[in-house]
Design a protein around this ligand. Structure first.
Ligand code: SF4
Length: 364
């Protein structure tokens, strides 16, 4: 069943939408108690506080998928995140374990920017320009179909924490890298490895062409994708913060545009950001550029230490689709044997995608 079928098959009953916060929290608590260790409830760092409060584990996408893979007891894994994360968890878990996304509309706009048909067309064209010279690499924020394509072509998956390591390996295998779907993570990582911008070019999937004059010197081909959340940070905002507080330290996620990462003091995955702030001296002031839900949660715990780079930035809209009514509906249905449609990836896609995922895990 694809995502669209899932939409029509599953409609949240109005009872949950009409219930107040206390009722929903009571339903969730009761369902959790009744399911016991049959349930593993995972939440991404970018989820709302109301959801995170009930999670068994909170983490980034790969950490959560690995936790799901490690757990052999829970029959039901409820993944409060977005669709590609639930797919990855399904691929890493056993056949008798089912992964549920509380709102099937929770996709990822960046993952959706890479379509497997467009990728095949791009690959065919690029292979005529650079025969047998390209290694495909995809960010974990991509669909199972894209991961499977990469696995079939000998490539690997990356996260924001291990992208450098995987890219270094990829360059020992092939002369050039085709990086999907986030152009910013690809560009920022390659630049950090010493590859100049002139040796990178954007693949224009709409026009099916490489935006490069001298194709021979291109070593990194970037899919033209981006994250709408991390596009909201600018150099101007950072400059203003530094003007008001010259000692402020700026740390951003590498999904931010190149100029923003260059203007910051540091960049890294959500875990790196959280650890940098936690382990810094008490009087360090930080301005943090990543999802609003996470940064406001950090600020609530450490109000003196944290500033928001863009206080009016929107949190990730798709992550925010999961709220108490969806969580209550999902857990209540599972506790009362009213089966919901799990997120599933077919065996062939899983097998190919796992080749790329295993490569990354072996390198990490
Ligand atoms: S924050 Fe960006 S990359 Fe992450 S789920 Fe939202 S749209 Fe996708």
């Amino acid at each position: 069943m694809n995502l669209l079928d899932t939409f029509s098959a599953q409609q949240i009953p109005s009872f949950y939408l009409d219930a107040d916060q206390k009722q929903l929290q009571a339903i969730i608590r009761e369902a959790k108690a009744s399911l016991g260790d049959q349930l593993l409830l995972l939440a991404h760092h970018y989820q709302k506080d109301e959801v995170v409060d009930f999670a068994d584990e909170v983490g980034d996408s790969l950490q959560l998928a690995q936790l799901a893979a490690k757990n052999k007891t829970a029959e039901h894994i409820v993944f409060c995140g977005v669709h590609f994360m639930a797919e990855t968890a399904d691929m890493l878990t056993e056949q008798n374990q089912h992964v549920y996304l509380p709102d099937p509309h929770a996709g990822c706009s960046m993952a959706d920017m890479a379509d497997p048909h467009q990728l095949q067309t791009a690959w065919d064209t690029l292979d005529t320009i650079y025969p047998n010279e390209i290694m495909p690499i995809t960010y974990v924020n991509s669909s199972a179909a894209i991961k499977a394509f990469v696995g079939r072509h000998g490539g690997a998956i990356v996260t924001s924490s291990n992208a450098e390591k995987v890219l270094k390996w990829a360059f020992t295998q092939k002369k050039r890298i085709f990086f999907l779907p986030d152009q910013h993570l690809g560009r920022n990582t390659a630049y950090h490895l010493g590859i100049p911008l002139e040796q990178m070019a954007l693949w224009d999937q709409g026009a099916n062409r490489l935006r490069a004059k001298e194709t021979e010197k291109i070593r990194v081909i970037l899919w033209n994708g981006w994250c709408s959340v991390h596009q909201q940070f600018t150099v101007d905002q950072i400059d203003k913060l530094r003007k008001n507080d010259p000692d402020i330290k700026v740390i951003v996620h590498p999904e931010c545009p190149f100029e923003v990462v260059q203007a910051a003091d540091d960049s890294g995955s959500t875990n790196k950001i959280m650890n940098a702030v936690k382990n810094s001296p008490k009087d360090t002031h930080w301005a943090v550029g990543t999802d609003h839900n996470l940064v406001t949660r950090m600020k609530a715990r450490l109000p003196q230490k944290i500033s928001l780079i863009n206080p009016v930035a929107c949190a990730c809209l798709t992550m925010n689709r999961i709220r108490l009514p969806h969580l209550a509906w999902t857990l209540d249905s599972l506790a009362n044997n009213r089966p919901l449609q799990p997120v599933t990836v077919d065996q062939k896609t899983t097998g190919d995608a796992l080749r790329a995922l295993d490569k990354m895990l072996a390198l990490s």
